[in-house]
Design a protein around this ligand. Structure first.
Ligand SMILES: [Zn+2]
Ligand SMILES: [Zn+2]
Length: 252
């Protein structure tokens, strides 16, 4: 058989056989199905999607003592795609700390689920058309240099592309905070005061809207809600037009 025919044969064979690729989570070679986010069947079925929202404030899929003791939030509500369990921690670690940037596509796609949850609520509460923009929780300069990317920004851009909404930088992180996970709840909240600043660089893109807008703030994980609340506070106070703030996080 000539090499040309062998080449054609290979193309036909690869078109007919299922795609075999490495699962982005467990790294095993597997045949990937469409709609499985680049994960093998086993890993895909382990995703703990939040399908029924119990806490209407933060979007948790179970009883939520955090929101009960919180007196006021600057955001109207927040929704998340998944529950932050061990599998999801592993997935995020792969992306965030081991720098597997291919995963941003997976995270962006998963965020669409959280976005749909928010839209679902709005469709039932008011039919009014409102302009919407997406922004994200910023990281400090130092963190940006260590990691090379801001996972929240990447997720926001992936989401924006999918739901066809503009993504705009509206916040800066003014001082570097030590890793949140090593701290007590009270320390975290104090630490975050005055960390975020309004960034006016891209403001011109939305100020022309002239009317009330909804701003979605994207972050990877909603833990205590204090990051989301601080960011929402800055936007509420600094924007010259009426804004409604909603949180969109990948995990809760
Ligand atoms: Zn897998
Ligand atoms: Zn809650």
């Amino acid at each position: 058989m000539s090499s040309w025919w062998r080449h054609i044969g290979n193309i036909i064979f690869s078109l007919l056989s299922p795609r075999r690729e490495v699962c982005l989570l467990c790294k095993q070679l597997t045949s990937l199905e469409r709609g499985q986010l680049g994960l093998c069947y086993t890993c895909y079925t382990r995703i703990p999607w939040i399908r029924k929202v119990i806490c209407l404030s933060c979007g948790r899929g179970e009883y939520c003592p955090d929101c009960r003791r919180k007196p006021h939030t600057y955001f109207a509500k927040s929704r998340s795609a998944v529950r932050y369990d061990e599998t999801m921690k592993e997935l995020l670690a792969r992306y965030k700390y081991r720098g597997d940037e291919r995963l941003k596509v997976v995270f962006g796609q998963m965020l669409v689920h959280a976005f749909q949850q928010l839209r679902l609520d709005r469709a039932t509460s008011s039919a009014r058309q409102v302009r919407e923009v997406i922004t994200y929780v910023p990281v400090s300069e130092q963190r940006m240099q260590e990691r090379g990317f801001n996972q929240a920004e990447q997720m926001a851009r992936e989401l924006g592309r999918r739901v066809e909404l503009p993504v705009i930088r509206l916040l800066n992180r003014s001082k570097h905070t030590a890793k949140q996970s090593f701290k007590k709840r009270s320390e975290r909240i104090d630490d975050l005061a005055h960390v975020f600043e309004f960034d006016t660089t891209e403001l011109g893109k939305i100020i022309e809207y002239g009317e009330a807008i909804i701003i979605y703030i994207v972050d990877d994980v909603y833990t205590t809600g204090s990051t989301m609340n601080q960011c929402a506070m800055v936007l509420k106070e600094e924007m010259s037009i009426p804004v409604e703030i909603c949180g969109l996080t990948w995990a809760r």
